[in-house]
Write a protein that binds this ligand. Structure first.
Ligand SMILES: NC(=O)c1ccc[n+]([C@@H]2O[C@H](COP(=O)([O-])OP(=O)(O)OC[C@H]3O[C@@H](n4cnc5c(N)ncnc54)[C@H](OP(=O)(O)O)[C@@H]3O)[C@@H](O)[C@H]2O)c1
Length: 380
């Protein structure tokens, strides 16, 4: 639970929060509905949810964009990024998602610096699995989950995160060259040393999840999941339910496309180092002629629910299962506050039925990632 002094800070800082919250998103709702958006609440503190045995805020903060350029927004300075981490905690976020690959390293450094004054009150999740030289940051572009490499990476992570333990450590992508049982065994060794407290897998298939869980129980699985990509609804999410594993949707706003500022006229930088969406098939101008139908549907329902499109999209994810905790990424305080407002958006059974009737007839065209990157997600 968030402590009383934080609550006080929240209330006394409420006007500032309100002012920040009434940014683009609030104007979106006001313009479209003439009414106040849900994000205007200065008392907003997210509820808590369980991911396996971990208790976290119902929405986490995705920290990738705090360590590298992502979606056409320049990476913030270290100082700005640390400030955003503080603001997230001040508004009740206790779940911070990072990875060695983000930067590389800079996102972990931001999180380490950002959370150090409240380290014991939050959960840090990070990820290993890419072949990255821990001294130089040089990437080979390949995977590497060999035991010695994982152990070296974890030691370097602990330094970057300024901590003595990682609350939740994911394998970022399944390494076909290292049996998952061997990876699980390595994690067990790290747990015995107290360096890792819980573990998870990212973008893993059902077979791998079962095999890994049999050796060392998993706390969470992280995979892409949003109104734009619902591919895990029939396999991994039911399996998580069966095994008591939490599920963390990445890109819950479809890389910003569900937040109200992207449509069929949007054009993204061709260089993925400036904007990853420039090389993603579902965001080509041709694909967006079709995919904008989903964006319009979300806008329509956001208007009906008196919330912003981002809030609607995140609330819909949280509505699917109690063990789902989205980690929207942002570089801006006003978007952070907007996203936290999703916690207050609730659906009746009839609303969900009607929404799904409209949703299910929209086909999303184009791959969710370029084929070369998607190949790393193909593990069964
Ligand atoms: N496991 C994996 O393989 C994997 C892969 C990708 C990501 N992740 C994790 O998932 C996190 C989130 O994913 P993501 O960042 O790719 O995608 P996302 O959360 O779906 O979208 C982020 C984008 O949405 C914009 N945005 C956020 N809130 C907004 C709001 N309320 N109004 C308008 N725009 C808003 C952000 O822009 P601003 O910065 O301008 O707010 C940013 O461009 C990452 O940070 C990372 O921690 C994991």
């Amino acid at each position: 639970m968030i402590n009383q002094s934080k609550r006080h800070l929240l209330k006394t800082g409420g006007l500032t929060a309100l002012a920040m919250g009434l940014g683009g998103s609030a104007m979106f709702v006001a313009a479209k509905t003439g009414k106040q958006p849900i994000s205007a609440s200065p008392d907003k503190i997210p509820d808590q949810r369980k991911l396996g045995n971990l208790t976290v805020s119902s929405l986490g903060l995705g920290c990738q964009g705090l360590g590298q350029n992502m979606y056409g927004v320049p990476q913030p300075s270290r100082q700005q990024a640390v400030r955003l981490v503080h603001q997230a905690f001040d508004h009740g976020v206790t779940f911070f998602d990072t990875a060695e690959a983000y930067g590389p390293f800079e996102s972990e450094r931001v999180v380490g610096e950002g959370v150090k004054s409240f380290r014991d009150q939050i959960i840090i999740a990070t990820k290993f699995g890419w072949d990255i030289d821990q001294q130089t940051g040089q990437r080979t572009g390949k995977l590497n989950s060999r035991p010695e490499h994982i152990k070296n990476v974890v030691d370097a992570m602990l330094q970057r995160l300024q901590t003595d333990r990682i609350d939740l450590l994911y394998q970022h992508r399944v390494d076909p060259n290292v049996p998952i049982e061997e990876v699980a065994g390595t994690i067990q060794d790290l747990m015995k040393q107290g360096k890792v407290l819980n573990w998870g897998l990212s973008e893993a298939g059902e077979k791998t999840i079962r095999q890994a869980h049999a050796v060392q129980p998993l706390t969470a699985v992280q995979s892409e999941y949003s109104l734009f990509f619902r591919g895990r609804e029939k396999d991994v999410i039911p399996l998580c339910e069966e095994l008591g594993i939490g599920f963390v949707p990445w890109s819950p706003l479809a890389m910003g496309a569900l937040a109200g500022y992207v449509d069929e006229n949007s054009r993204f930088a061709a260089d993925p180092r400036q904007d990853l969406r420039g090389i993603i098939p579902r965001f080509t101008p041709e694909a967006m002629q079709q995919n904008v139908k989903l964006i319009r549907l979300v806008e329509k329902w956001a208007k009906r629910k008196l919330c912003t499109p981002a809030q609607f999209s995140l609330a819909w994810l949280m509505e699917q299962k109690a063990f789902i905790v989205p980690i929207p990424g942002t570089t801006k305080a006003r978007h952070l506050l907007d996203n936290l407002g999703a916690d207050d958006v609730k659906f009746s059974a009839e609303e969900l039925r009607q929404f799904h009737q409209e949703l299910d007839v929209i086909d999303i065209v184009g791959l969710r990632l370029p084929e070369a990157i998607l190949n790393f997600s193909e593990a069964k």
